[in-house]
Every structure is written in structure tokens, then in C-alpha cells.
Write a protein that binds this ligand. Sequence first.
Ligand code: ADP
Length: 226
Amino acid sequence: MVELRNVSVTYSNGVDALNDVSLKINDGEFVFVVGKSGAGKSTLIRLLLKEITPSKGRINVNGFDLKRLKKTRAYKLRRTIGFVFQDFKLIDSMDVFDNIAFVLRCTDSSERYIAKRVPYVIKLVGLTEKAHSRPSELSGGEQQRVAIARALVNDPQLIIADEPTGNLDPALSTEIVELLQAINKCGTTVLMVTHEHDLVKNFGGRTISLQDGRVIFDDYLIGDRN
Ligand code: ADP
């Protein structure tokens, strides 16, 4: 669960990036966050990861009260969140399997668990045949699937996808949103930040729109495909 209560962020240069934002995302929801460049989307994500602290207001993420969570303990919060970036951030000297296993090795999982868990998430994203390919041998859509598998491998409560389709053409973008929705149906909360209105219009669902640091819309849209 994600909850912001009257949250404002003023950066040190005096810019009000978020202004009295309140919102609640329940476990199991799929939410689009939309807004033009400068609307405050990245600031919202950085708050949820406790990379920055709000100037005002309270934030709860996955049971953590971020005001009470010490910076040195923020890794505990981040372990409950899977993150998908626009530019994939895969390591090309490693194959698909090792890119995903890397996350588990960082948290000292046993090789026995890795040998079970990694093929499972690779299968979920439909890339079993490519498990031993390097990222550079894959298409953009396939690379983003690897990144989604990597975000899933720790079994997070929440996936935050930051413009995950920003580098993909419309057909692949649709596939990536379909994949995130399938993952959501299995119980993971998904927050997808995008500025692609066509995609949101097509899928519909709960959409939070930011403008100049304020929530100007938070409601359910009926998608064109529904
Ligand atoms: P978005 O992700 O929607 O493009 P941001 O959250 O990055 O929006 O930015 C919101 C506002 O805060 C913008 O006016 C931006 O210029 C400003 N901003 C973002 N990051 C910083 C920062 N580190 N220092 C100062 N101002 C910032």
C-alpha cells in the first residue's frame, strides 16, 4: 500500500516540485501516473524510494512509515519494491540469467534458490529460449522483459515502472503494459509512470494526473480496448 498525506516537496533552489499531494494506492491496484515533463513524476518516485524526504506531509509505503524509517534502513523498504527503468539498465557482460540472478546474489540467496527462482521469472516474461543470450542480442522489447523479470525476482509487493515504454515502438509498448497487467493480476501492485497518453487511453484504468506538482485528476478511465 502506498499513501501520501498532504505531501509537499520544495527543492533547495526553491522549486515546489510537489504541492499538497494526497493519494492512496491499495495493494493489488494497477495505476498509471501521467503528467508532462516537470509535473513532479520523478519527485514522486524518489519520495517512495526514500531517496528524498518531503518538506511537509507523511508517506507510507508497504507498511513503512517513511518519516520514522532511518536512511540507513531504507534498503529494507527498497527490497519490497521492484523497479523498471526506461533504459533497462542491464549489464551486457552478463547473460539474461545472470542479470536476474545478480539481484539475488547481492542479497546472499543460495545458488539452489537462484537455480529455481530465476528460470521461473524468465518463464513468466516469456524468455526461456533467451536465458543465455546477452542483452545486446535482444530486441528492445525483450530487454525490457528481462528488466521486468529482474524487478520481479525478489517477489516485491510493488513494482514501480518509470516510463518503461519510453524507448519502445507502440506495438512493443502495448506488450509491455500487457505483461505488467498480467503480473498485477497475480497480486503485485503496479505503479507505471508514463507520458504516453495514447497508451493510457487504450488500456484505461486508474489514472493519476500530475500538473505543476498537484494531482489534477485521480479516477478510473474506460480504455478504448475495453
Ligand atoms: P517530471 O518527472 O514529471 O518531469 P520532476 O519531478 O523531475 O518532474 O520535476 C518537478 C519540478 O522539480 C521541475 O520543475 C524540476 O525542474 C524540479 N526539480 C526536479 N529535480 C530537482 C532537483 N534535484 N533540484 C531542483 N529542482 C528539481
